[in-house]
Design a protein around this ligand. Sequence first.
Ligand code: PLP
Ligand code: SF4
Length: 326
Amino acid sequence: MGSNSWPLSLQQAIRTIDELLECIDVPRDALPPLDLSPDFPLLVPREFVARMEKGNPADPLLLQVLPQAAERSVVTGYFKDAVGDSNASKTPGLLHKYRSRTLLIASGLCAVNCRYCFRRHYPYDQAPRSLAHWEETLSYIHAHPEIDEVILSGGDPLSLGNNKLFELMKRIEQVPHVRRLRIHTRFPVMIPSRIDDGFLQAIREMHKPVWMVLHINHPNEIDLALSNALTALRKSGVVLLNQAVLLRGINDSIETQRTLCNRLVNEGVQPYYLHQLDRVEGTAHFESDERLGVAIIEQLRSEISGYAVPEFVREIAGQPSKTPIR
Ligand SMILES: *Cc1c(COP(=O)(O)O)cnc(C)c1O
Ligand code: SF4
């Protein structure tokens, strides 16, 4: 694959259930009832589908992207804006919830549509589209000296091309009180060729440290292409962390979490957060038992290296940070 192949991968990503099921050799009647025309569209790159186990209707990667009819059930306690994002919006595309760091919605697009996504109802069309539109946000960051870290999130910031992305990142690092940049992305996992030479070169030219928080939920997501991309990122000086979401029937077992955390640290990625699902409309079928999450983490502590154990957290609207669950 050439180094410019990632836009093509995105273009050729799977967008219909029939295509998806054909690729993985699963008949529709083996699956739970599906939603054939979901409001939040099906989107999954072929590179990720290739890591699914053929013929397995319960494949943990498949279940993360499969639109089920259950998404349409109305469940009490689940809301469109479960985490108070609209209150934290300071300029179009900027969320400032936690004092020292602010989160910038750099793009509304992702490499994949995760069915449990907490931002599946986020009004992305209100976020800026070009650098000129970011001026208001940059002024806000300039005016807030307590901000020492800017997080590029989304959507997925790596859905921007290198030129646009690094134009923005360079403008941010010019703010004197900003000491670090952080990228929240699932792109390296979904389309590993996104970590191309241009990206790595531009990273090495940054003057301030760049941290990257990946989103890997299951050990089967880690293949050789991802492993190579992670090595290249580390060699370019990027500090790698991972966040995962505890998902019912997908990764809510001690075996899966132990394997995941060990694989991650072997790849030079430190497990950072394990999130309890945000109660967002359409995601109730993914919620796992909070006490099970706590038990898994306690068990992990006795079995693997201390730094390989993530913090189990939930987001509570109005709190000054993510809230640890113990
Ligand atoms: C989760 C989150 C952050 C990052 O929090 P950390 O605990 O530093 O990882 C920052 N801003 C917003 C709006 C968030 O939701
Ligand atoms: S990559 Fe992240 S923001 Fe995008 S759909 Fe998945 S969870 Fe949501």
